[in-house]
Design a protein around this ligand. Structure first.
Ligand code: SF4
Length: 347
């Protein structure tokens, strides 16, 4: 074991975070947690994880569940392709491996949604397999430790750091080592203000020793999310609200939203008229009233600026074709909403 690994493991023994998916080395729990933790903070994930596991305590229970229900348990976490892949992966495990998650790299990486990082995390934490698990935390810590000048967003930098991690991964303790680096990155070697004087690796860290921590990791500036203006219609009639299912592919696939149009013009009358045309297309005679609510929501590549208009029917309700539907407003909490649309009908 290298001295760096020994210091890290000894620090981890004292400082490791008590997280609900870490208590019994169950690969299913590790899998679910790692998928939830992608793009999401630990504090946010914990209550979702507990609710999800209470309802789907095993791979088999998740595999057997209806997708609509699984999505409901993910509501609020965003990035729904993650849970769709997890669900599909659980079905593959049930169908191909009798409900037992495979314990070898080749097989586990064939499961839906499992890439190098998740495979490494599951195999090392559950089985102590000698697999690195290189995520953003690990990239940051190692780029600082060795003053790596490669842009950490590149495949070349990731490959290089993966090789370094493989060299320092202690035999038989890979799970603890990987979790130690995750914890160090999350609690000490943080992106904005690393606590170097409290770091167990301060003496080994080239960036700290050269007083260059601020220079690492090297990261190309990410493109800012594209601003998108949306007009949203809240049409309520006889206690029901009108909603539409988004297409089965793409952003927020198959989730439900209110009638929405994207617009570029700023003229209020024009925006309302464009929104009214959505209803006209459905054969509904609707009055688009004033703006009642403004919401913003940021995705990795898009930023939605939503203005919600109160709408009223001018005539008796008529049926609407698929993918539209009326839903009773009191049942709105059961709908799998497309991201920020959930906030429009909060009780
Ligand atoms: S000394 Fe500072 S920069 Fe280096 S690994 Fe520790 S916290 Fe990160």
């Amino acid at each position: 074991m290298t001295s760096l690994s020994a210091k890290l493991l000894s620090w981890y023994k004292e400082e490791k975070r008590d997280l609900p998916w870490r208590r019994d080395g169950d690969p299913y729990k590790i899998w679910v947690s790692e998928i939830m933790l992608q793009q999401t903070r630990v504090d946010t994930v914990i209550p979702y994880f507990q609710k999800f596991l209470a309802r789907f305590p095993s791979v088999s229970s998740l595999a057997e569940a209806d997708e609509e229900e699984v999505l409901t348990y993910w509501q609020g976490l965003g990035y729904y392709s993650r849970v769709r892949n997890l669900h599909e992966g659980a079905r593959q495990v049930a169908a191909q491996y009798g409900g037992i998650i495979p314990d070898n790299l080749q097989a586990i990486k064939k499961l839906s949604g499992i890439g190098d990082y998740t495979a490494g995390a599951i195999l090392s934490i559950a089985h102590n397999a000698p697999c690195p698990a290189v995520d953003g935390n690990v990239l940051r810590v190692f780029s600082r430790l060795y003053c790596l000048t490669e842009d950490i967003m590149t495949a070349k930098a990731k490959k290089n750091i993966t090789e370094i991690v493989k060299r320092v991964l202690p035999a038989g303790r890979s799970g603890d080592f990987n979790q130690a680096v995750m914890d160090l990155g999350a609690t000490v070697c943080t992106p904005a203000s690393p606590r170097c004087p409290s770091c167990p690796l301060a003496i080994d860290c080239q960036a700290y020793q050269k007083n260059r921590v601020i220079d690492f990791p090297v990261k190309r500036s990410a493109r800012p999310p594209r601003p998108t203006q949306l007009a949203v219609g809240l049409l309520e009639h006889n206690g029901s609200i009108l909603i539409r299912r988004r297409p089965a592919k793409g952003l927020l696939a198959s989730m439900w939203e209110f009638p929405t149009v994207e617009h570029v013009e700023q003229d209020e009358m024009m925006v309302r008229e464009n929104l009214r045309q959505v209803f006209v297309f459905l054969g509904l005679d609707v009055n688009v009233g004033s703006a009642q609510q403004k919401l913003t929501h940021t995705f990795s590549h898009l930023k939605w600026f939503m203005t919600v208009y109160d709408c009223t029917m001018k005539e008796a309700r008529i049926e609407v074709p698929c993918p539209w539907r009326w839903v009773e407003k009191r049942m709105a909490h059961t709908i799998t909403w497309a991201g920020p649309h959930a906030k429009i009908v909060q009780p």
